[in-house]
Design a protein around this ligand. Structure first.
Ligand SMILES: Cc1cc2nc3c(=O)[nH]c(=O)nc-3n(C[C@H](O)[C@H](O)[C@H](O)COP(=O)(O)OP(=O)(O)OC[C@H]3O[C@@H](n4cnc5c(N)ncnc54)[C@H](O)[C@@H]3O)c2cc1C
Ligand code: FES
Length: 265
């Protein structure tokens, strides 16, 4: 992976609910790491014993001298328990993990994010020296107040599409296709979101010449390439481990995975 991975006990500085229910910002005491947009950490509170047993992976949203920040949505037992952490609790964290996005700061960048797929891009927008070069299409199911989008809208152009119905999904698909066309001669396209969203991005981008990078979320147990639990088929029959070879892949490397995705998009 070309860099050191550390395993540390970090202190919870803040657990804040964005919507009073399911969406949270977690701030931890900051490790001294170099990191890239798209890299992630594995988190396991010291209070966990056997159920749940495994750590959970989360994108690094921001890491500076004050905090390591992640955003998450409650989807099961692990994230429910994370939401109940209190200031001062200790969590085991290992990272920074995986290969992030390869970003050219001089090129215009189109970000395509679905739901919590916005999380890895928070730091990119906040830290980019030329935020006017970035624009974002954000597809979301829940109210916008659930997502950390407010601060971003002060810095970059954002197109939000709420995909509550089939008609909305068609609008989102069309918006992505039109924008992708605009970036087909110059610029980068970066995407993250649920599998059906990524499938739509893949289908819209695969025939274009643009550099398209997609961050893939798979269930993970170790995050460091040991358990093989996150293997996916590559386009030529080889196996990729999402945690080690990704989570960010070139669009064309995900063709086999995308053919297997069934979804509403
Ligand atoms: C590299 C990476 C970065 C991630 N970043 C974020 C983030 O920034 N914010 C965020 O909210 N979530 C993120 N996730 C997803 C997050 O790890 C899962 O939502 C979490 O592990 C679920 O744990 P749980 O115990 O609450 O749910 P579980 O009880 O384990 O599962 C509940 C449901 O979620 C599904 N699920 C579980 N793990 C994953 C996964 N890794 N990917 C897709 N579906 C899963 C299960 O199939 C099941 O349907 C990321 C995942 C990966 C691999
Ligand atoms: S999560 Fe263990 S190999 Fe990827």
């Amino acid at each position: 992976m070309g860099q050191n991975i550390e395993c540390l006990d970090l202190e919870v500085l803040e657990v804040l609910s964005l919507d009073g229910k399911d969406f949270f910002r977690l701030r931890l005491s900051p490790p001294k790491w170099e990191w890239n947009t798209g890299q992630f950490v594995m988190i396991r509170p010291l209070s966990w014993s056997y159920d749940p047993f495994l750590p959970r992976p989360f994108s690094i949203s921001q890491l500076d001298n004050e905090k390591l920040e992640i955003f998450f949505q409650i989807v099961g037992k692990g994230t429910k328990l994370l939401s109940q952490l209190k200031n001062g609790d200790k969590v085991k964290v290992w990272g920074p993990l995986g290969h992030g996005f390869k970003i050219d700061l001089n090129l215009p960048i189109l970000i395509l994010a679905g739901g919590m797929g916005i999380a890895p891009f928070i730091g990119l927008v906040k830290n980019h020296p030329h935020p006017e070069k970035l624009e974002l299409i954000f597809g979301h199911r829940r109210d916008l107040s659930c997502y950390p989008i407010n601060e971003l809208s002060k810095k970059i152009l954002i197109w939000t599409v709420r995909d509550a119905s089939q008609r909305d999904i068609e609008r989102l698909k069309r918006a992505i296709q039109v924008k992708v066309e605009g970036y087909s001669s110059e610029g980068q396209i970066l995407a993250c979101g649920p599998l059906p969203f990524l499938n739509m991005v893949h289908n819209s981008c695969i025939s274009k010449q643009t550099q398209v990078q997609i961050s893939l979320e798979r269930p993970m147990a170790c995050g460091i390439g040991v358990c093989l639990g996150c293997s996916i088929p590559g386009p030529s029959g080889e196996n990729f481990q999402t945690c080690k070879h990704g989570p960010v892949f070139k669009c064309e490397d995900l063709s086999t995975v995308c053919q297997q995705i069934k979804g509403i998009y």
